[in-house]
Write a protein of this length. Structure first.
Length: 125
């Protein structure tokens, strides 16, 4: 093998490794999007349970963790770490929501409003 052939083989191997690595990283991002969607659905159920027990929606998601003397509170409904999305960003809780009494939003991988693909906002319910 000549030096040129060795260099060509090394470049080809590097290209293949870069392609595989980019697909693995992209796969993790897609998995985090699916996890965030599931997490928001679960958290919405906890907000609904809070509402059934207390007769009202929580003022903030923190009320799912700690009662603060609220009558009818039978929680905790969630753990503090459940209030962050898979990227470690706080889940947004908005009252009223765009399509209902409340809305839960993960701001995606970049933690910024808007965006596309894995950086896009995920909204429930």
């Amino acid at each position: 093998m000549s030096l040129l052939e060795v260099i060509l083989v090394i470049v080809l191997i590097g290209g293949i490794l870069a392609l595989v690595a980019s697909r693995l990283v992209g796969g993790q991002d897609r998995a985090n999007v699916r996890l965030a969607e599931s997490q928001l659905i679960t958290l919405a159920g906890k907000v609904d349970q809070f509402r059934m027990d207390t007769g009202r929606l929580p003022e903030s998601l923190d009320q799912l963790v700690s009662a603060g003397g609220l009558q009818g509170w039978l929680g905790p409904y969630a753990k503090a770490e459940e209030l962050n999305d898979p990227w470690g960003n706080p889940i947004q809780y908005r009252r009223p929501g765009a399509n209902g009494p409340y809305e839960l939003v993960s701001l995606g991988a970049d933690g910024q409003a808007g965006g596309e693909s894995v950086n896009g906002d995920i909204r429930k319910p």
